[in-house]
Design a protein around this ligand. Structure first.
Ligand code: UDP
Ligand code: MG
Length: 310
């Protein structure tokens, strides 16, 4: 529900962030108080197993413009962001990470750009040296691949940290999908966008919850949500293999007709059977990947469950 009296809603997901709650609150309020506008901070506690909720409730005593949504369990960052957007009441909304990797000072620039008339102001990480070589390399590879095969390009090195207006939020809320890949959704809705560069900071405290396997699945979510190329590519792979088989088959038949039957061929037979078997399984795997997502999508389960609001 929009509330005309609130200009800015900051949306922040928290998952096991007890160590950063106090730093975050202090920093964000310090920055927002320099801006002359009304604001609220929507904290989403995404089923934290530590004392995050306790700390948030405590923080609310000192900062009354804090709102806390407590999930019934961990639903993931994308769901937490969605909930935050659904509950935010401001004219503009800024999703931000709790760990202060996204510098809150940038919100001042965001607001300035918004006042110039932009509907979306994105923060672009120009320096990710704090992020580890492997993470940066895989991220870069991922963006390249994603953008090659999706109609909707996601800009490189742009995360969820951005400012969006209520109109953009309303557009996002029209997207009913359950499997939400926010980066893609943000890019998909479009609107008049402006980019502000920043340096990605070190995590203030605590640990990242995205690594290895989780990131890989996140990447798969992104690709399958916004591209059908992995499905279509099998048409071409299959056609190519069929064509090669046809040429090779004709050659073998001709050779047999001309030179008679020759029996050896165990190795080539085995290799081609194994190769084709592997290729087919890969194709089925990709089908399964999409089918699984269709299955989850058709259940129409809620994207998150709020246990309590404070
Ligand atoms: N987060 C969340 N639910 C999760 C995992 C993470 O709400 O299941 C939040 C986390 O508390 C933080 C933000 O998402 O505010 C980014 O997480 P993190 O710093 O672990 O990711 P990274 O910055 O390493 O990509
Ligand atoms: Mg982080």
């Amino acid at each position: 529900m929009p509330d005309q009296s609130i200009v800015l809603s900051v949306v922040c997901p928290f998952f096991n962030e007890e160590e950063v709650v106090d730093f975050f609150m202090e920093k964000i309020h310090q920055v927002l108080n320099t801006l002359d506008l009304t604001y609220e901070i929507v904290c989403v506690n995404d089923g934290s197993l530590d004392r995050t909720l306790e700390k948030l409730i405590l923080a609310k005593k000192s900062y009354p413009n804090l709102r806390i949504l407590d999930f019934s369990r961990n639903f993931g960052k994308e769901a937490a962001l969605t909930a935050g957007l659904d509950h935010a009441r401001g004219k503009v909304i800024v999703p931000i990470d709790a760990d202060l990797q996204d510098p809150p000072e940038l919100i001042i620039d965001f607001i300035e750009k918004w006042r110039e008339g932009y509907e979306v102001v994105v923060g672009k990480r120009v320096d990710r040296s704090t992020d580890g070589l492997l993470k940066r390399m895989t991220a870069q590879l991922y963006y390249r691949f994603h953008n090659k095969i999706s109609n909707q390009k996601i800009p490189e090195n742009v995360g969820d940290f951005r400012l969006i207006t209520r109109r953009v939020v309303e557009a996002i809320q029209q997207m009913p999908e359950n499997q939400r890949f926010m980066k893609g959704i943000f890019a998909w809705v479009g609107f008049n966008t402006c980019v502000v560069a920043y340096k990605r900071q070190k995590r203030r405290a605590g640990k990242t919850s995205f690594h290895g396997w989780g990131l890989w699945n996140f990447a798969l979510d992104g690709i399958t949500s916004f591209s059908t190329v992995p499905l279509r590519v099998w048409l071409y792979i299959g056609s190519l293999i069929a064509l090669i088989s046809l040429v090779y088959g004709s050659y073998i038949i001709l050779r047999t007709l001309v030179f008679g039957v020759d029996l050896p061929g165990y190795a080539s037979l085995l290799v081609s059977i194994l190769f084709l078997g592997g290729v087919q399984l890969m194709g089925i795997g990709v089908l399964g990947e999409y089918l699984g997502r269709i299955y989850l999508e058709t259940k129409h389960r809620p994207q998150y469950i709020v246990d309590k609001e404070y």
